[in-house]
Design a binder for this molecule. Structure first.
Ligand SMILES: Cc1cc2nc3c(=O)[nH]c(=O)nc-3n(C[C@H](O)[C@H](O)[C@H](O)COP(=O)(O)O)c2cc1C
Length: 159
């Protein structure tokens, strides 16, 4: 029998971040149309919120260099990442780069950017609620369009 010995840790921001990685999640690219063009970001805070009405959400770190653009956006598109889309995840997590360079995106609901990639699930949402909590702001969106590909396997982050 394996002997398990849990460790008690101080609740610091870096320890909490590290340990919350023990909670397996999916990963998504969210895109939106900001005042100066498309914005996009890799997130794993995406979550289901309500079925009736159809609501989902994610939260944005207040340290984001594009916080103002995201808070001004009327909606967003969630692209649930496929298991083999590591390059895409890295591209949209990298600061100070043109995340859309060479990506021939198309306009979806309200002109929002749809990425030219096959994903397991894509949700086109209009922002229904925004509220700041601690160092993040929740962006709750009402789902207006849903596109699914049952044969595309989603990515899972697990540690
Ligand atoms: C796996 C993963 C998950 C992430 N999840 C979030 C998230 O839920 N919310 C967020 O604001 N940033 C998240 N980030 C960080 C952003 O992708 C991005 O790197 C960060 O916001 C810095 O970019 P910016 O300053 O240009 O906005 C995540 C990054 C990675 C790699």
């Amino acid at each position: 029998m394996t002997c398990v010995s849990p460790t008690t840790l101080d609740v610091t921001p870096s320890a909490l971040r590290g340990q919350l990685a023990r909670w397996p999640t999916g990963v998504a690219i969210v895109t939106a149309l900001g005042p100066d063009g498309p914005v996009g970001k890799t997130v794993n805070s995406f979550h289901a919120t309500s079925l009736e009405p159809a609501l989902v959400g994610w939260c944005i770190d207040h340290r984001s260099s594009q916080l103002d653009e995201w808070l001004a956006a009327d909606g967003y598109v969630v692209h649930v990442a496929a298991a083999d889309q590591t390059d895409l995840i890295t591209r949209f997590a990298t600061s100070a780069s043109d995340r859309f360079a060479g990506l021939d995106w198309t306009p979806g609901l309200d002109g929002m950017p749809i990425l030219p990639v096959d994903v397991p699930l894509r949700l086109e949402c209009r922002v229904a609620h925004r509220f700041a909590v601690g160092d993040h702001t929740y962006l709750i969106g009402e789902v207006h369009a849903m596109t699914a590909a049952a044969d595309v396997v989603p990515m899972t982050l697990q540690r």
